[in-house]
Write a protein that binds this ligand. Structure first.
Ligand code: HEC
Ligand code: HEC
Ligand SMILES: [Cu+2]
Length: 436
C-alpha cells in the first residue's frame, strides 16, 4: 500500500521489501478495522436523549472465538516463516567460488577496505555487479554498525570479533554506506561510498595499484616529503627556517622544545608523532594563537614514520626537497578538466588547504570567512578600502602579502606557484555561490 523504501540494488532487496510491505499493510488494515469498529460502536450505542440504551448481553460465540484465534495465528506463522527464509538467504555462507571477499574495518571515523590482492581503500569500495559479495567486518576501537540501505544489509561491527554482510548487487551505481551505531564525535561523517560497476571495470580498478606501489616503493624520507606537500603541512611549516603559522621544520629534529606551559621535551620520534596526532597536548611556546589541526585518522603509522624520517633529514646539510611538479601536484590523479568552474573552486577550497583557514559559515578562523565574501566592501590594514571583485580576489590568492585585511595577520601563503588561472577562476565562481 505504501511504497517509501530506498532503491532495490541487491538480489535480496525485493524479498525484504515484499515481507516488509506485507507487515506494514497488515498493520494498517488491522489498525483501521479495529479502530473503525471501535468508533462505530461508540457512536452507534452512545447515550441518546438522556436515556441509556440497554445492549443485548452476549455470553460468547464459538465461531467468532475460533476465527480470531486461527486467522492471526496463520498470519504470525506466515510472517515468521518468510522472515526466517529471507534472513537465511542473507546470512548463509556462500560456497560460490565466484564470491568477492573484502575485509572491512571500522575506526573512528572512517571505513577501511582491503581486497584479496592487497589493494586498500578508505571510505570507498568498488564491487562488480551480479557477483556475490561478502564484506568481513571488524573494528579497531569501538562498536560501529555497517549499513548499506540499498542492499538491505546491516551488521554490527565489533572490536576483537569478525562479523560479515553478504549481498549480490544487481544494479550498477553509487550507493551510501552508513555507520548506524553512535560511535563518537564524528559518527555522522562515517560514510563510505559503494560503487557497483561492470566486471571489466572492476578488474581494471582492483588491479590498478599504481598509487600504492608508488608510495610503497618510495623511501620513507621521500614519502614524508611528498606528504609534507600533499597533506598541506607546507602551508604552516617552512623548510628554510622562516616562521609561518607554525615553527619551521628545518633543524627541528633532536632539538629541545619549550612549551607554553613551561615544560620541555626533546623532538624525538614520539614527540613528532604526538605533535601530528594530538597537536594541542604540547603547544610550542609563542605559537598558541592558531591551533594546528589534528591529523588523527588522516595519516597512518607508515606515513608518520615517513614524516619522521623526512624531518630527521632536514638538518641543514642538504637543500630541502622541492615541491613535486606543479601539474602532478595540481591534479593528484583526478580529472579536474571535467569539473564545472564552481566544482573546481570547491575542489581547490577543500584540497588546497583554504578550508583550514577560511570557513563557509561566517565564522572567523585564521582568515576571514568565505561566506558573503564576493562583492563585500572591506578595509585593509593600511586604512584603504576595497571591494572584493574578481581582480581583488585573484590578487589575494596569488600575492596575499600585498593587501592584508584589517584585523588579520599576514599568514596566508602565496599560491602563485600552486594554482593556475582556471583554479583561481573556479574559486571566484565558487565564492559567488556563497552568499550571505
Ligand atoms: C593550519 C596550520 C598547520 C598545519 C596545516 C600543520 N601544522 Fe604543525 N603546527 C602548527 C602550529 C601553529 C604549531 C605550533 C603549536 C603546537 O605545537 O601545536 C605546529 C606544531 C607542529 C610540530 C611541533 C613543532 C615544534 O617546533 O616542536 C610538528 C612536528 C608539526 N606541527 C607537524 C606537522 C605536520 C607533519 C603537518 C602536516 C601533516 C602539520 N604540522 C600541519 C600549525 C600547522
Ligand atoms: C594559513 C592560513 C590560510 C590559508 C591556507 C589560506 N588563507 Fe586566505 N587568508 C588568510 C588570512 C590570514 C587572510 C587575511 C589576511 C590577508 O588578507 O592576507 C586571508 C585572506 C584571503 C582573502 C581575502 C579575504 C577578504 O576578506 O578580503 C581571500 C580571497 C583568500 N584569503 C582566499 C584564499 C584561498 C582561495 C585559499 C586556498 C587556495 C586560501 N585563501 C588559503 C589565511 C589563509
Ligand atoms: Cu561508527
Amino acid at each position: 500500500m505504501f511504497r517509501y523504501l530506498p532503491e532495490q540494488a541487491s538480489e535480496v532487496a525485493p524479498k525484504v521489501d515484499w515481507l516488509h510491505h506485507w507487515i506494514t499493510d497488515l498493520s494498517v488494515f488491522f489498525t483501521v478495522a479495529i479502530c473503525g469498529a471501535m468508533l462505530y460502536f461508540a457512536v452507534r450505542y452512545r447515550k441518546r436523549d438522556g436515556v441509556d440504551h440497554e445492549t443485548p448481553r452476549i455470553e460468547g460465540n464459538n465461531f467468532l472465538e475460533i476465527v480470531w484465534t486461527v486467522v492471526p495465528t496463520i498470519i504470525c506463522v506466515f510472517v515468521a516463516y518468510y522472515g526466517v527464509v529471507i534472513y537465511r538467504d542473507m546470512v548463509e555462507v556462500s560456497e560460490d567460488p565466484d564470491q568477492v571477499v573484502i575485509n572491512g574495518r571500522g575506526r573512528q571515523w572512517a571505513w577501511d577496505f582491503q581486497y584479496q590482492n592487497g589493494k586498500v581503500t578508505t571510505n570507498e569500495f568498488v564491487v562488480p555487479v551480479n557477483r556475490p559479495i561478502r564484506v568481513v567486518l571488524t573494528s579497531t576501537d569501538v562498536l560501529h554498525s555497517f549499513f548499506l540501505p540499498a542492499m538491505r544489509v546491516k551488521k554490527d561491527v565489533v572490536p576483537g570479533m569478525y562479523t560479515y554482510v553478504s549481498f549480490t548487487p544487481v544494479k550498477e551505481g553509487e550507493y551510501h554506506t552508513f555507520c548506524t551505531e553512535y560511535c563518537g564525535k564524528d559518527h555522522s561523517y562515517m560514510l563510505a561510498s559503494l560503487k557497483v560497476v561492470s566486471q571489466a571495470e572492476y578488474d581494471r580498478w582492483v588491479n590498478d595499484r599504481s598509487a600504492e606501489l608508488m608510495k610503497a616503493s618510495m623511501s620513507p624520507a621521500k614519502l614524508g616529503a611528498k606528504l609534507y606537500y600533499e597533506k598541506g603541512c607546507n602551508a604552516c611549516h617552512s623548510l628554510d627556517g622562516s616562521k609561518v603559522v607554525g615553527p619551521t621544520f628545518l633543524k627541528l629534529f633532536g632539538t629541545e622544545r619549550v612549551f607554553s606551559d613551561g615544560s620541555k621535551a626533546t623532538a624525538d620520534e614520539n614527540y613528532i608523532k604526538n605533535s601530528i596526532l594530538n597537536p594541542q597536548s604540547q603547544i610550542v611556546e609563542g605559537y598558541d594563537a592558531i591551533p594546528m589541526p589534528s591529523f588523527d585518522g588522516q595519516i597512518n603509522d607508515n606515513e608518520i614514520t615517513g614524516i619522521i624520517e623526512f624531518l630527521r633529514g632536514l638538518d641543514g646539510s642538504a637543500p630541502a626537497p622541492e615541491q613535486p611538479e606543479a601539474d602532478e601536484e595540481k591534479g593528484q590523479g583526478e580529472d579536474l578538466s571535467a569539473l564545472s568552474p564552481v566544482e573546481r573552486g570547491k575542489w581547490v577550497y577543500e584540497n588546497k588547504l583554504c578550508i583550514t583557514c577560511h570557513s563557509l559559515d561566517g565564522s572567523k578562523l585564521v582568515g576571514p570567512s568565505f561566506k558573503g565574501l564576493y562583492g563585500r566592501e572591506g578595509e585593509l590594514n593600511d586604512g584603504s578600502t576595497y571591494v572584493a571583485n574578481d581582480e581583488y580576489i585573484q590578487k589575494s590568492i596569488m600575492d596575499p602579502a600585498s593587501q592584508i585585511v584589517k584585523g588579520y595577520q599576514p599568514l596566508m601563503p602565496p599560491y602563485a606557484q600552486q594554482l593556475g588561472d582556471e583554479d583561481v577562476q573556479g574559486v571566484i565562481e565558487y565564492l559567488k555561490t556563497l552568499k550571505e
